[in-house]
Design a protein around this ligand. Structure first.
Ligand code: PD2
Ligand code: ZN
Length: 511
């Protein structure tokens, strides 16, 4: 295959393939996995560079000796008989032809960069699979919808009005468009339009950069195959501008066919923009929100709180929702993260008390026993003091890490209205880091959005005083737009607290 053909083959593969491999691990939504990919890409580049060095060394050797060979050969060709009638020349020619060319044959056949190829073959198992890529596509779409982002802004690195040093190229936007064809044809068209806009202003970089006209034809054809005629026509016209034979009848006839199709094209609009859900409104920070009803220092009862009162901000009185400020120190958070990090696994959601993996919660998490070490023991004491509840019999801490697009859809923490077993009376949710954009905790029925703030804890009762579940506590974790999010939760069991929480039927809860 000629080198230009090879380059085009590469882009054709990207434009046309649909992979099939499956993956177990979340990659796009896991910070740890994405960090691993950054390192892996650096290793691949390093490997490719050393492959290039070996190729270059071989090439250099050749380039050095070929001129000498050529000059000797030319000399012989100019005066063949004279040349071979000299025994020195004759002997040397014969020896060269017998020995040296065998060597050159071996030289040519010895493949270059074997170790690099070996490295590649081994490391390619670490590459993300098609399933990983699909997860990334759906996360991009989820973010687009949740935060009402435009395709133009996203592809140019503008997220919620903030310009980041990041952008997507034509292959990226084309890939997202292709994925979305079956999900939302209208939005897919917007991504293809962005592909066309990008191609107007840029040239794809290696290994396909120098074949602009052919690359444009490939994109036009790929988009044409999906019946987005007018977008394909725009790209086709860009290719025509570069064509040396722009009056070629075959090209002109193809153009007029596409033009004809585009005239009859029924443009599909993005699915009618459905009204944002109350949850999405909360994630966008658009509730008409009262600031905390009351701020006070909790310093009553336990000795610890008398020494170090905790700032308490009451967001809602009934059901009680409270933020405790600066509850954990940086060292404590780092310590807990260190314990959890090696054990993180794709989170499950509890459905009818069975663990189920699903789109509902996209994160990685792990349980940490409260008696794991001094640190967790200390945190346990602090929680109990802070909320005046008994943690005995409650589940362990659950540490969660959300990556980009990670979320926890609106849900209740209690186990179902008809449960007769022990239930989750209350939740304490600790924020272990600030999140640059997204990742707030939202209570759509209470009109409350709580932003993640390192060291703070959010507390609420999931059940009413009379022991029934409180469905006003519907809540969720918004998708992460920029950054990542670490939290841990302590769900507090109902039964061990029977005599801790006062039974005041119709009155507001009290901590
Ligand atoms: O991550 C959150 O903000 C969040 C929101 C709602 C976590 C949970 N629920 C949970 O772990 O239950
Ligand atoms: Zn929850």
């Amino acid at each position: 295959m000629k080198s230009t053909d090879w380059k085009l083959f590469y882009i054709a593969i990207i434009l046309l393939t649909n992979g099939t491999a499956a993956s177990q691990k979340a990659v796009f939504t896991s910070l740890e996995e994405m960090v691993r990919l950054v390192q892996l890409e650096a290793d691949f580049i390093e490997n490719l560079s050393s492959y290039a060095d070996e190729l270059e060394a071989k090439l250099k050797k050749l380039k050095r000796v070929i001129p000498q060979m050529q000059s000797r050969s030319n000399e012989a060709l100019h005066q063949v008989e004279n040349y071979i009638s000299n025994p020195i020349n004759a002997f040397s020619l014969l020896r060269r032809m017998h020995e040296d060319w065998q060597e050159w044959n071996v030289f040519m056949e010895t493949s270059v960069g074997q170790s690099q190829v070996k490295f590649f073959n081994k490391a390619r198992q670490e590459l993300p699979t098609t399933a990983d890529l699909y997860e990334a596509y759906s996360s991009m779409y989820r973010l687009q919808k949740a935060y009402n982002l435009t395709v133009k802004d996203m592809s140019r690195g503008i997220l919620n009005g903030k310009q980041y040093d990041a952008s997507l190229n034509a292959l990226d936007t084309y890939a997202i468009g292709k994925y979305l064809i079956k999900v939302d044809r209208g939005v897919a068209g917007e991504w293809f339009t962005e592909t066309s806009e990008w191609l107007k202003q840029h040239t794809l970089q290696t290994p396909i950069g120098d074949e602009r006209e052919k690359v444009l034809h490939l994109f036009a054809q790929a988009i044409l195959d999906y019946k987005y005629y007018s977008i394909a026509l725009t790209i086709f016209d860009q290719a025509l501008l570069l064509a040396s034979n722009s009056t070629d009848p075959a090209l002109l006839s193809k153009r007029s066919t596409i033009e004809e199709l585009s005239r009859r094209e029924v443009k599909e609009k993005p699915k009618a923009k459905s009204k944002p859900t109350d949850f999405e409104i909360g994630c966008r920070g658009q509730y008409v929100q009262q600031s905390g009803l009351m701020c006070t220092y909790k310093s009553k009862s336990p000795a610890f709180l008398r020494l170090a009162p905790i700032k308490m901000e009451v967001l809602v009185l009934d059901p009680l929702v409270v933020i405790f400020h600066d509850v954990l120190s940086s060292r404590e958070i780092d310590g807990l993260q260190e314990i959890a990090r090696p054990h993180l696994e794709r989170s499950m959601v509890v459905k009818y008390r069975a663990n189920v993996q699903g789109k509902h919660r996209i994160s990685a998490g792990t349980w940490v026993e409260r008696k794991y070490n001094n640190l967790t023991w200390r945190i346990e004491r602090r929680i109990a003091d802070m909320v005046d509840l008994n943690l005995e019999g409650s589940e362990p801490f659950y540490v969660i890490n959300y990556g980009i697009g990670g979320q926890y859809k609106a849900h209740w923490d209690f186990f179902g209205a008809d449960t007769v077993e022990d239930n989750r009376l209350a939740t304490v949710l600790f924020y272990m880091n600030d999140v640059e954009q997204g990742g707030a905790t939202v209570f759509p029925r209470l009109g409350q959005t709580v932003r993640a703030k390192r060291g703070n804890a959010l507390f609420w009762y999931n059940m009413q005083h009379n022991g029934t579940v409180d469905d006003r506590t519907l809540h969720g974790g918004c998708p992460i737009l920029v950054g990542s999010k670490w939290i841990f939760t302590q769900w507090i069991s109902d039964l061990p607290n029977m005599f801790h929480r006062l039974c005041r039927k119709q009155e507001p809860n009290a901590v």
